[in-house]
Design a protein around this ligand. Structure first.
Ligand code: RB5
Length: 148
């Protein structure tokens, strides 16, 4: 398995079933899925799961990450606090494609209480198949990365 095909998945309790569906879907595509849980449905705090996944990406252990909570918003905010992480919440495939092409996003967040499974899988496919365009977008991403 090529190292650049390694992807970390995490969620809170609100998104366990959708996370599992995404894990199965991308594993079938050949991704090396690192699912860091949680696996039980008890209420849990989304920041720790978002940060753990973000650290897996920021460290270079995983190339990309997909995180989920009820809205996708809280876990995205937590992940974006980790240096080097660019994570967007997406409820549509167009946005998921664009955050890769223009923003060089390395993490995707989805709200399990916002989108259904079919829509979520389309979003994931759009995110994973898109490529960063570089050029003028690279300078803008660098502005994000070099802010104090
Ligand atoms: C949990 O009830 C919910 O607050 C969480 O999943 C997420 O939506 C927070 O942003």
């Amino acid at each position: 398995m090529s190292r650049n095909k390694r992807i970390v998945l995490s969620s809170d309790h609100a998104a366990i079933d959708l996370r599992s569906a995404i894990a199965d879907h991308i594993a079938e595509q050949g991704w090396d899925v690192v699912d860091i849980g949680p696996t039980t449905p008890e209420s849990t705090d989304y920041p720790k799961h978002g940060i753990a996944a973000a650290q897996a990406v920021a460290s270079g252990d995983c190339h990309l990450g997909i995180i989920l909570c009820g809205t996708g918003q809280g876990i995205m905010m937590a992940a974006n606090k980790v240096r080097g992480i660019r994570c967007g919440v997406c409820s549509d495939a167009f946005s998921a494609r664009m955050i890769r092409q223009h923003n060089d996003a390395n993490m995707l967040s989805i709200g399990a209480r916002v989108v259904g499974t079919g829509q979520a899988l389309d979003i994931v496919d759009a995110f994973l198949s898109a490529k960063f365009e570089g050029g003028r977008h690279a300078a803008r991403v660098n502005m994000i990365e070099t802010q104090n």
